[in-house]
Design a protein around this ligand. Structure first.
Ligand code: AP5
Ligand code: ZN
Length: 214
């Protein structure tokens, strides 16, 4: 099953993509996580991406498209994948459609996790991310067992650099300008499904499972 997660920053794409990946045994591929691990490792790609990310801007398509297409051509993607944070622009969507059709594949579902802007700032200010494995939590809605400590690996949890309210506002405006048009793109492709992302996170997931099939 080949799945794309759509939705505003903080809508819960990463949270739901992780649950989908575990239930359906397909890789969870997050371009945000790939960039963050490159930043942590100090690679050339990480150095280039960091400036854009800290400003709440998108990393240019030239740096993003090739990286993602290479990733989905790997062996572990032959049964499918869940893409989280890609595509984010019309050129990215068109490149993806072209690349996978050359591989004889198509996207089965583009899941739009719908959350109004008013809820987003609150979610982002309470999000905490693991400095080591990237797992995410929310201090109220999805707390770790021990405050400030990752359940998965025991490392420290911090506020992401781009989760400061000023940067979140910029990311939301970039989302409306550049990413929201993808909803129409995938509607035309006949694969768009909408879920109400304001619900409790397990309810959001059960709605997704009822769409994907148990
Ligand atoms: P990326 O990491 O993709 O960030 P994003 O899309 O802005 O999404 P987030 O990770 O912020 O949110 P999410 O929707 O995954 O929400 P989450 O599940 O964590 O990208 C970061 C940056 O990298 C971009 O700004 C850009 O610069 C660059 N980039 C990445 N991909 C790119 C691309 N393709 N092209 C160009 N540039 C790219 O949930 C948020 C919080 O809410 C958490 O605390 C969570 O616990 C909580 N929560 C989740 N669901 C619920 C719920 N139902 N109820 C209550 N709380 C909930
Ligand atoms: Zn961790």
């Amino acid at each position: 099953m080949k799945i794309i997660m759509l939705g505003a920053p903080g809508a819960g794409k990463g949270t739901q993509a992780k649950k989908i990946s575990e239930k359906y045994q397909i890789p969870h591929i997050s371009t945000g996580d790939i960039f963050r691990s490159n930043i942590k490792e100090g690679t050339e790609l990480g150095k280039k991406a960091k400036g854009y990310m800290d400003q709440g801007a998108l990393v240019p398509d030239e740096l993003t498209i090739g990286m993602l297409i290479d990733r989905i051509q790997k062996e572990d993607c032959s049964d499918g994948y869940v893409l989280d944070g890609f595509p984010r622009t019309i050129p990215q969507a068109e490149s993806l459609t072209k690349a996978i059709s050359e591989m004889g594949q198509k996207i089965d579902f583009a899941i739009n996790v719908d959350v109004p802007d008013e809820n987003i700032i609150n979610r982002m200010s309470g999000r905490r991310a693991c400095i080591s494995c990237g797992a995410t939590y929310h201090i109220v809605y999805n707390p770790s067992k021990v405050p400030g400590v990752c359940d998965v690996c025991g490392a420290e949890l911090v506020l992401r650099d781009d989760d400061k309210p000023e940067t979140v506002k910029k990311r939301l405006s970039v989302y409306h300008d550049q990413t929201q048009p993808l909803i129409e793109y995938y509607e035309k492709e006949g694969v768009l499904v909408n879920v109400d992302g304001t619900q409790e996170l397990n309810k959001v997931f059960s709605d997704i499972v009822s769409i994907l099939g148990a």
